[in-house]
Design a protein around this ligand. Structure first.
Ligand code: HEM
Length: 450
């Protein structure tokens, strides 16, 4: 079938029904968030949803998503969500406003140059071996946790490639773990930080450990003055137009933002992939076939990726069905219009990539997990944009894709996983669309499998 040209039809406007007094649609989002989201396209391509006292415009039409993300004169990163993330994490590339964006992007871009990918891929493969090294047949592991452990370790190891001992790296990773969880809690419930509790103590201790750890590494980098060709070396070398270097606090913010933007997004892809494979034995069989033929039982490396096209398509299909950045938000900074309707300044728009990727007028059997649709050429270009688009398109798109693909290849080539609980996953659309805890029973794939 030839895919439809996306956005060929006139976008429709609508309002989500059933708003509660005061709370609006928040109760639906709290209890059955994905079911609520899934219901929105029935009401239009731009749907007004009430979150407490605020009205937000949820956009699920590819052409409108393009407009909102690329018309930077009318839309900026702003609004409650960004304010809260910035309050916790500072002002890094993923959260800064349009005015600061170009300068910050220029600073970080070299750390994502393709010539560095080989080095990063080696770290990813080694860290995957560390995580899976503790796995045993018959054990139950929470794959969501394990994937998160992996991606935070990779983040630490690639950002600061030099002079970090295994112990220091693990300490930083542990601190990050607490911080990343805490950031979300603080974004949805800022009052948390005002009430003394063991969780607040843990969070504050982790923040202090993270800052001290990063400061120690920064001091060591500054002392030696060696360019290690990693993100931290680049950040240290940056000077603004007045010749000023970034302060330790600014460096810390930038580094924390990179990790925040990269770790949970990528780990959720891995966790969803493992779950979807367990639920789709036909896909798992084809994947195992490819991995066995190419790897023949040896560990995967970055150099294998071009010969693992189906593995890549599994990752792409996971990114389509469960885009980790499921909602990319913008605020109108001036009076503008969206698909023929006026939007006053301050309007909050959510580009819902989750809905864009599941449009029935674009994808055959849209909700079905079918990696084969990629090789069949059934996915139009603008219809699947898990990394966003335009000037703020994800800087770590290749990094994240390579990491998820390597992790999936390494795990699936050696392990078969069965959900330990018959309950279906209960996805949690927090900042990242995560599958939630996923306990899985491990079985090492034997000779009979190969
Ligand atoms: C599969 C994994 C990932 C997904 C789905 C993802 C998704 C996205 C999306 C949708 C955006 C655009 C946000 C916007 O326009 O406001 C974005 C931006 C960003 N991502 Fe990712 N990301 C992933 C992995 C990573 C990784 C691994 C890193 C870093 C190591 C990273 C760092 C960033 C940064 C710094 C930005 C801001 C870019 C800018 O504004 O110029 N991401 N990501």
């Amino acid at each position: 079938m030839t895919p439809h040209v996306t956005g060929a039809e006139e976008p429709r406007h609508g309002t989500a029904p059933g708003a509660w007094p005061f709370l609006g649609h928040l109760p639906y989002l709290a209890v059955r968030p994905l079911a609520f989201l899934d219901s929105l396209p029935d009401h239009g391509d731009v749907v007004r949803v009430r979150m407490g006292p605020r009205t937000v415009h949820v956009v699920s039409h590819p052409a409108l998503v393009r407009r909102v993300l690329t018309d930077r004169g009318s839309f900026d990163r702003g609004g409650v969500l960004y304010d809260k993330v910035r309050a916790v994490l500072g002002n890094g590339l993923a959260t800064c406003s349009n005015a600061e964006h170009r300068g910050q992007r220029r600073v970080l871009q070299p750390a994502f140059h393709h010539s560095l990918m080989e080095r990063y891929a080696a770290v990813m493969a080694a860290e995957t071996a560390v995580v899976t090294g503790g796995w045993r047949s018959g054990a139950v592991v929470d794959v969501t946790e394990e994937a998160f452990r992996l991606t935070t370790a990779v983040a630490v190891r690639t950002l600061f490639s030099a002079g970090v001992t295994a112990r220091a790296a693990e300490e930083l990773r542990e601190a990050l773990d607490v911080l990343l969880r805490g950031v979300y809690a603080r974004v949805v419930a800022p009052a948390l930080d005002r009430v003394p509790s063991p969780a607040r103590r843990r969070y504050r201790r982790a923040l202090a450990r993270w800052r001290a750890g990063v400061a120690a590494i920064v001091a060591a980098y500054r002392a030696t003055g060696v360019d290690h060709g990693d993100a931290l070396s680049l950040l240290l070398a940056v000077r603004d137009e007045r010749g000023r270097a970034l302060s330790d606090a600014e460096l810390g913010d930038q580094v924390a933002t990179l990790v925040l933007a990269g770790a949970e997004t990528t780990s959720s892809v891995v966790a969803w992939a493992l779950r979807l494979l367990a639920d789709h034995p036909e896909v798992a069989a084809r994947l195992h076939g490819e991995l066995d033929a190419v790897l023949g039982g040896r560990p995967v490396t970055g150099a294998d990726l071009p010969r693992l096209p189906y593995t890549g398509d599994v990752v792409r299909e996971v990114l389509r069905l469960y885009p980790p950045a499921w909602a990319v938000t913008r605020t109108a900074v001036r009076e503008t219009e969206l698909a023929g309707r006026s939007l006053p300044p301050g309007s909050l728009v959510i580009c819902c990539l989750y809905l864009v990727h599941r449009r029935h007028d674009v994808f055959r059997d849209a909700a079905r997990f079918d990696p084969g649709r990629w090789a069949a050429g059934e996915v139009p270009r603008d219809a699947c944009v898990p990394f966003g688009l335009g000037a703020t398109k994800c800087i770590g798109d290749v990094f994240g894709t390579v990491e998820a693909t390597l992790a999936l290849a390494a795990m699936a080539s050696r392990w078969r996983m069965t959900p330990a609980s018959p309950r279906p996953p209960r996805p949690v659309p927090r900042i990242v669309l995560s599958p939630g805890p996923q306990p899985m029973l491990l079985a090492e794939r034997g000779a009979a499998d190969h």
